[in-house]
Design a protein. Structure first.
Lengths: 374, 337
């Protein structure tokens, strides 16, 4: 996610807007070929996807709901990345963070949601932070590679949650490994409740107030990374930890703090998924959001604005895909994963494929003496 | 190149024939919908059983249906609601995990019929279908003990959840009923839903059980069970299949299968909704209702002696008559019997 250092003279607007647009376009072309290959009309299928994702109020609400979780995990991955750490444990941190949120919601029966929310946010962040902090500590003080430890912590989180949901948290006589439902007063207001308060009627939709929390987090991360001493230290360690140490920065503490912060952000997924929608602690509620967060952070180039935008894109892909498989029996839900994969491939892994060509097109005419033919 | 395109076109054509076309804007025609659980409709096990049932209905009546597969938790509710808004006459929800979603959506659409398979929701427009897995597992446990020469039998479960513990507990009771001193080795493939689709790990667990003396192993592990069956064939031991009749997979090495007639349940629910005989409420399908059972066919006829069959039939009759009790893990809160 290296914040691209512009040495090839490509204008900033092209880097930020044109290049991602071209990448996305290329991804859509390849996806169309795949849809064509299974005998469907790609134009109408993709149009249906777009319409399903943003064309209706219901669709948009689902898109924003998915985007909310992705903003949390995308920010989490980005914060670690600025410190030079590849945190692929967002999945586990989100899972454990959700446990914190869930326990608070289960315990604070009878409290109104606005009183529960801050406690739930703190608990989710704290639980997630602990799950990120341990791999961070092992990296900083024991040299265990963060990629390995965070992967392992994903499995640990999963095992722990299965144990808790299959035993201590399981409501007796209930088949599904889930906790009991939270008290209704603790539910985070969703679109339906908010609309009802304003005098409108909608059907039940998953979008809820946690989107506001996510956007606040995005602003907070922007401020923290670029406008505080801690953020500066993290970016310095990320750029060159030897130089950072030479400059008197405690790289170890910085790594631990970065991982704790990263875990805390991922840990807030539970606010959206559990307090907002499921209203109980369920198995695998994070459903891959932690992993998709990596793609979101890559595509958003580590900047909160980019992350919010790419979260919207991925949210739209999730929701558009759901609509697609509802309408087309012939299109398997797996195809949606293919489309998402192609988008990630073009905008993440191959992000610079079109760059040289674009540079040649857009670079201001070389000044005299550039040593080339006119 | 053109060959490849032609092949792709043929494949696409076959695919579109194999799958039913959606009826868009279905008028007043009868229109069933189904939402599958994780694993998808071709899981060779539980979900596919439901698909078999609906396909049978489709073949007999020519009525098309809408089948949806989820990729995350929220989609359960989303798809159930979309089907309801589309005016589905009956909506089948497959799997216990869908219970909360069914409860929510069924409340919003009180005029639409919901059938939940493997879970319970108490609402006037929801039919809940449960299976007494412990009864079927009890019988195959007896058969395992009767067939074992090493007096050690194994159990490989999928994901470690109460449902699978119920299989295990029934199996254990069956084994102990025949041979109280037999050893039972129990392993679970995993603790995440991925445990349903990991045949490699299933096979490894079976092999390690074989190394410890097991000669009959019961696989209640969805797709992971395929690895167990394969391992039994490779090691020349016996395995017991689950959900569907899997006797034909490795003839001579699959002792029997603990069948769970999800297909019949799904078919009956839709058929009843069409006939107008559909009723809400909880239905438990056990040996008596032929909701569970053990499979005996040409593929395993040689493995089951007449004495074994007689013992199982006698036990089955006693269970059906209520004179032989099989403890249910969920009710006893642990395997107590």
């Amino acid at each position: 996610m290296s914040v691209s250092t512009n040495t090839d003279g490509l204008p900033r607007w092209a880097t930020l807007a044109l290049l991602p647009a071209i990448n996305l376009g290329a991804a859509l072309v390849v996806s169309s070929l795949v849809i064509l290959a299974i005998g469907q009309d790609p134009v109408s299928a993709l149009a249906f996807m777009v319409k399903g994702a943003v064309g209706t109020g219901t669709g948009l609400s689902y898109t924003l709901y998915y985007a909310t979780s992705l903003i949390f995990t995308g920010l989490a991955v980005a914060v670690a990345n600025h410190t030079g750490l590849f945190n692929i444990g967002g999945e586990g941190q989100a899972y454990i963070g959700g446990l914190g949120t869930g326990l608070v919601c289960l315990a604070l029966t009878g409290w109104p949601w606005y009183a529960v929310l801050p406690v739930a946010v703190l608990a989710g962040a704290l639980f997630g932070a602990v799950w990120g902090l341990i791999p961070g500590y092992l990296q900083a003080y024991r040299g265990s590679h963060i990629v390995i430890t965070t992967i392992m912590f994903n499995f640990l989180a999963s095992a722990l949650m299965v144990y808790l949901l299959g035993g201590p948290l399981l409501e007796h006589g209930q088949m599904a490994p889930e906790s009991r439902e939270f008290a209704e007063s603790t539910f985070l207001p969703g679109v339906k409740e908010i609309a009802a308060a304003l005098g409108y009627r909608t059907s039940t939709l998953p979008l809820n107030l946690s989107l506001v929390v996510a956007l606040l987090c995005a602003v907070g991360v922007w401020f923290f990374i670029w406008h505080t001493r801690w953020g500066f230290q993290m970016r310095t360690v990320g750029a060159n930890d030897a130089a950072a140490r030479y400059a008197g920065i405690n790289a170890r503490t910085t790594i631990v703090v970065a991982m704790a912060l990263s875990g805390a952000l991922a840990g807030l997924v539970g606010i959206n998924e559990l307090q907002g929608v499921q209203h109980r602690v369920t198995l695998n509620f994070q459903a891959g959001m932690g992993f998709t967060g990596i793609a979101v952070a890559l595509m958003g180039r580590g900047h909160p604005v980019g992350i919010v935008l790419s979260s919207l894109l991925f949210g739209a892909l999730y929701q558009g895909g759901a609509e697609l498989s509802f309408e087309y029996n012939e299109i398997s839900p797996r195809l949606v994963v293919v489309i998402q994969g192609v988008v990630i491939l073009f905008s993440g892994a191959l992000e610079h494929m079109f760059r040289p060509a674009l540079v040649r097109l857009l670079k201001p005419k070389a000044p005299a003496g550039a040593g080339q033919r006119a | 190149m053109s060959k490849a395109i032609r092949a792709a076109l043929v494949a696409a054509a076959l695919l579109s024939c194999a799958l039913t076309a959606p009826t868009r804007g279905a008028e007043a025609a009868f229109f069933p919908g189904v939402v599958f659980d994780y694993g998808g409709k071709y899981d060779k096990s539980f979900n596919e059983g439901v698909l078999t049932g609906i396909e049978r209905f489709h073949r007999e009546t020519g009525i098309t249906y809408k089948a949806l597969e989820i990729s995350n938790d929220v989609q359960r509710e989303q798809y159930l609601r979309r089907l309801a808004e589309h005016g589905a006459d009956i909506i089948l929800a497959v799997g216990f995990s869908q219970a909360p979603a069914v409860a929510k959506v069924a409340k919003e659409f009180p005029e639409i019929k919901f059938t939940l398979i493997d879970g319970v929701v108490n609402l006037p427009n929801v039919q809940s279908i449960l299976f007494s897995e412990q009864e079927g597992s009890y019988l195959v446990g007896m058969l395992a003990a009767l067939s074992s020469k090493t007096n050690t039998v194994g159990f490989v479960g999928g994901m470690d959840i109460p449902l699978i513990r119920r299989f295990e507990c029934g199996y254990e009771q069956g084994v102990k009923a025949v041979a109280p001193d037999d050893h039972i080795l129990v392993n679970m493939v995993g603790t995440t839903p991925a445990a349903w689709s990991d045949p490699t790990r299933g096979g490894e667990l079976a092999k390690s059980q074989f190394d410890r003396g097991v000669d009959v192993v019961f696989a209640a592990a969805g797709q992971s069970g395929m690895g167990v069956l394969q391992a039994a064939k490779d090691a020349d031991r016996l395995a017991i299949g689950v959900d569907s009749n899997q006797n034909h997979l490795f003839p001579g090495h699959v002792l029997t299968s603990m069948v769970k007639r999800v297909d019949v349940a799904a078919y009956n629910a839709i058929k009843a909704a069409q006939d107008g005989t559909w009723q809400a409420g909880v239905r438990t399908l056990g040996l008596k209702e032929e909701g569970v059972g053990w499979a005996l066919d040409a593929n395993n006829a040689k493995l089951v002696t007449p004495e074994m069959k007689a013992a199982l039939d006698a036990a089955s009759a006693e269970i059906q008559a209520g004179t032989r009790k099989v403890a249910n893990y969920d009710e006893t809160n642990g395997c107590k019997y």
